[in-house]
Design a protein around this ligand. Structure first.
Ligand code: G1P
Length: 297
């Protein structure tokens, strides 16, 4: 019987400079898609996959994240007093169980691999998940759940994978894969942000990982890689070099790059259109915008 994956690391130490000035005082992960902060989507996905312990790797200025997951007795009693049951329910869904959430500081911005390494003592000797909240994935079955189910068959380590245009490969961790078995991609090499033209494929790593604890040992040893940072991709590639299994899972679902403004806006529109209370109004508005644009041409 494999160890169950019950812990997840959420690296949230980044400065979010692409969203300045908004991120001057608000952590990027609190920016909202419709009415829910980015981080809530990541937490919901983790919960759906059976995660019980949530580890945030934070940095200076991320206090609003801690408050967000705290109970808010005053707000709750006010909503109760006014009989606002639906809102109360929505609010309570954001509450985390006592002791289920931990915050670790990454004191220096030394890369994703370093951020994950900062949480090593809270992980111990178990497999664990990593979720990058910038990558929001809309899927019937949540992406991490798809991965946990596949992992229960394969063991080893697993990364979410998706094809990207060849001219975008230098923005991602890229997989070198053997033959493909359906959605399962046995990985024989991985390279972080390869220079244009040197990419081994156009299969990109998307921000969902299930990792063997040995990856944490690799992080102890590896040197700075792409961009002068400690790369998680390099520590996973080390697993393959040492003969341990790494698979890519081509997941079902639509991924939005909410680390970019265009991706964030696309996610906002897509999630709003999926909401019964917003769909019709937004759709009419979008049609009128398109019609006005056509008329102006
Ligand atoms: C990180 C990882 C990269 C991965 C990407 C997915 O890069 O280092 O391997 O492909 O997330 O979003 P970042 O986007 O933080 O530069």
């Amino acid at each position: 019987m494999r160890n169950k994956v019950t812990k997840a690391i959420f690296p949230v130490a980044g400065l979010g400079t692409r969203f300045l000035p908004a991120t001057k005082s608000v952590p990027k992960e609190i920016l909202t898609l419709v009415d829910r902060p980015l981080i809530q989507y990541a937490i919901d996905e983790a919960r759906a996959a059976g995660i019980k312990e949530f580890i945030f790797v934070t940095s200076r200025g991320k206090g609003a994240l801690e408050d967000y997951f705290d109970h808010s007795p005053q707000l709750e009693s006010e909503l109760r007093r006014k009989g606002k049951k639906e809102l109360l329910k929505t609010l309570k869904e954001t509450n985390m169980d006592s002791g289920a959430i931990a915050y670790i500081r990454q004191h220096k911005a030394m890369g994703l691999g370093h951020a994950v390494w900062c949480a090593r003592r809270l992980i111990g000797n178990e497999p664990f998940a990593v979720i990058l909240p910038d990558d929001v994935i809309a899927a019937e079955k949540p992406c991490l759940k798809q991965m946990v189910e596949a992992y229960e068959e394969t063991g080893g380590s697993m990364v979410a994978a998706m094809e990207v245009p060849h001219d975008k490969t230098s923005s991602y961790g890229i997989l070198d894969v053997e033959q493909q078995f359906g959605n399962m991609l046995p990985v024989r090499g991985m390279v972080e942000k390869p220079a244009q033209g040197t990419e081994p494929s156009n299969l990109a790593v998307i921000g969902r990982y299930i990792l063997a604890p040995s990856v944490l040992n690799n992080l102890n040893k590896i040197k700075a890689g792409s961009g002068g940072e400690i790369q998680l991709t390099d520590a996973i590639a080390q697993e393959i070099a040492e003969g341990r299994r790494v698979n890519g899972l081509r997941f079902d679902g639509q991924r939005f790059d909410c680390g970019s403004k265009a991706g964030f806006l696309q996610a906002t529109i897509s999630f709003a259109l999926a909401r019964h209370d917003l769909r019709d109004e937004l759709f009419d508005y979008m049609n009128s915008v398109v019609a006005m644009d056509r008329a102006a041409q």
